[in-house]
Design a protein around this ligand. Sequence first.
Ligand code: GDP
Ligand code: GDP
Length: 455
Amino acid sequence: AAEEGFDLDEVAGDLAAAGHGPLPVLAVVGRPNVGKSTLVNRIIGRREAVVEDRPGVTRDRVTYEADWNGRRFKVVDTGGWEQDVLGIDASVAAQAEFAIEAADAVVFVVDAKVGSTDTDEAVVKLLRRAGKPVVLCANKVDGPSGEADAAMLWNLGLGEPYPVSSLHGRGTGDLLDAVLEALPEAPMQSFGNSVGGPRRVALIGRPNVGKSSLLNKVAGEERVVVNEMAGTTRDPVDELIELGGKTWKFVDTAGIRRRVHLQEGADYYASLRTAAALEKAEVAVVLIDAGESLAEQDTRIISLAVEAGRALVIAYNKWDVLDEERRYYLEREIEKDLVQIQWAPRVNVSARTGRHMEKLVPAIETALAGWETRVPTGRLNAFLGELVAAHPHPIRGGKQPRILFGTQAGTKPPRFVLFASGFLEAGYRRFIERRLREEFGFEGTPIQVSVRVRE
Ligand code: GDP
Ligand code: GDP
């Protein structure tokens, strides 16, 4: 909710941007200490983002927006992997795997001073099999004398090694030009690309809440495996599942079914998975274990879905373990715990007994409908006019800011821009948001309201 000057060009820009799908995704992978974080910082033009001493397992922010020559894309930071948690080979392989599944293009960073190692060569194999575009960064070429080291990396068979000094910025322009050439205009698996295809569902939640059990239950024998990446021999990513007479695409199911237990590393791994699944999905079904109290990890996953702007359904699983009394208290607990997302439809299911499985699809459909709702400008302004007349903004310092008019700048999720004659207090903005929901529904979707102030 940025307060900015009133500027029609900007509004036009907003409206145009709203029509765009999500941005293509670039992953930066490589062994520890080759300079990934330094390079990511160069690309995003920021210092604070990646250089951070905390171990990767506690980080959940993994993607950053970048811009080169006017083209925007996302950069995935895999630099946080801790070698002592996962072991170097496992951590680097996991990065590559993530890149293969979630990214549209990959920058593979090698330390040119060291030359290629066995680990590097193993990653090359993984990357090559995936068939995603790869740009090879020969890093730590700080001056002309390092060019020969860079040339040695032709032997990796990934094409031209770009000599780069991430530390000093040398060669990063050429590297980024190559990256832009490799990146598709829109992400391969974005919802922008598959109008009319099956709706994409991300089934997410912390380990052991029952994601794979639920997937098995709803899929039954109907499961169709989709392999969207030609020429790969690895696990499937997305599955088509018939439900309620329709076909749905459950994204990133390889991540759901694979049993990875990497001790502390698992948290970070799960975080990457969740981010990757959300990236591809239109609607998130967040599974919560009804047998346990809501954990911080549950709330974090819900926040990730809301921040990603996806439609949201909450599914309390393992409802079968509750007795009558516990059910009563849990209902009260949930009302309190999930007060911030009261708008999300909730189903209480059991993957074990099949309880209320039939309620899942209607909940998903409700959420998607809310997510796509468009309010005509006339109706919106009639509503705003009445609302503002009945509940004007409190007078502050002798002035009374007024909402002049509003428009819906986009859908998926709904985004509104309100034009006001002065700064609107947070409380008043929340009030408007609440009334928007009361009036127009938006069940199952986050909404965004921003305010522009005319000076
Ligand atoms: P990561 O583990 O792959 O993310 O690597 P970092 O970005 O943390 O870098 C590891 C070390 O290499 C740091 O000390 C960096 O300052 C250094 N480094 C990174 N890029 C360059 C470079 O282009 N030239 C030189 N000389 N050192 C670099
Ligand atoms: P995931 O890690 O989220 O994929 O969770 P799993 O599907 O592997 O389930 C974790 C554990 O919970 C397994 O032992 C399941 O049998 C159990 N479980 C899953 N769903 C239910 C349920 O609805 N009721 C009960 N009682 N147990 C369940």
